[in-house]
Ligand binder design. Structure first.
Ligand code: CDP
Ligand code: CDP
Length: 225
């Protein structure tokens, strides 16, 4: 039987991480864990509870009894926060534009990192985020760092939004993505950075299927060793 691997997929906003991570997990029969959704869930819960988004102490208290559950499904998995379906709410602009502030707080990172390590403990996991290969799963057998030009990433988000009936100007999306990347790369704890042993894939010219095929080839090579 093939060994169950831990697969870490990191990279900047809208590089295609969750789309390809989900497909790779399905192909392998592995669990998929969207760690960005967990940071979004905390941000959403903090906004609801009117907790200042940079108040580490208050966020730590909020996290004490905050539950985040994933229910697998198509086209997207459900994200349940404190027993309520928050799948749509965690993608709202108010959450998207504030999540990097919450994600920079020490207690939030410590708490969610622990939860993510527990989810991954049994192996057979594809986990995507910003610090999976560096901090959450530093011994993951496969580490992928997905990149794409900011213009291409904004265009992908733009098309995704249009399909959902949302028309945010392309220039605004580009600006928001660039700002989030900057904050995520410059924070003190676990900044967005490529692990030294990660394989970098520039997906700018690649389709989703081409990215999945490239990742599967890396995984199969690992499994053959
Ligand atoms: O899908 P998108 O690129 O918009 O972002 P996401 O993966 O949903 O992550 C949302 C935010 O959560 C990121 O911009 C980071 O601030 C934070 N995050 C993080 O700090 N560490 C992770 N492992 C995953 C996400
Ligand atoms: O998780 P992350 O923020 O990195 O990106 P995503 O939400 O998986 O992908 C952002 C958008 O880009 C989605 O609409 C994907 O369908 C699209 N995409 C694409 O067009 N080509 C790729 N090679 C990867 C993703």
């Amino acid at each position: 039987m093939k060994k169950k691997l831990q697969i870490a997929i990191d990279g900047p906003a809208s590089a295609g991480k969750s789309t390809v991570a989900k497909l790779v997990a399905t192909k392998l029969g592995y669990i998929y864990c969207d760690t960005g959704a967990m940071y979004r869930a905390v941000t959403y819960a903090a906004i609801q509870a009117k907790v200042a988004l940079d108040d580490d102490q208050k966020l730590a208290e909020l996290l004490t009894d905050l539950t985040i559950e994933f229910i697998p499904g198509q086209p997207e998995q459900k994200v349940i926060v404190n027993g309520q379906d928050a799948t749509k709410q965690i993608r709202m602009p108010e959450v998207t534009n504030n999540v990097s502030v919450v994600a920079a707080q020490k207690s939030v990172r410590a708490d969610l990192t622990k939860r993510q390590q527990e989810i991954a403990a049994a192996g057979g996991i594809v986990m995507d985020g910003r610090d999976i290969g560096t901090t959450v799963l530093p011994t993951a057998e496969v580490k992928i760092f997905l990149i794409a030009s900011v213009e291409q990433r904004a265009l992908r988000r733009y098309k995704e939004n249009i399909a959902k009936g949302i028309n945010t100007p392309l220039a605004q999306l580009e600006e928001e993505i660039a700002q989030r990347d900057y904050k995520d790369s410059h924070r003190e704890i676990s900044p967005l950075t490529k692990a030294s042993d990660a394989v970098e894939l520039d997906t700018t010219p690649l389709s989703i299927d081409e990215v999945v095929a490239a990742i599967m080839a890396i995984i199969e090579k690992k499994q053959a060793n």
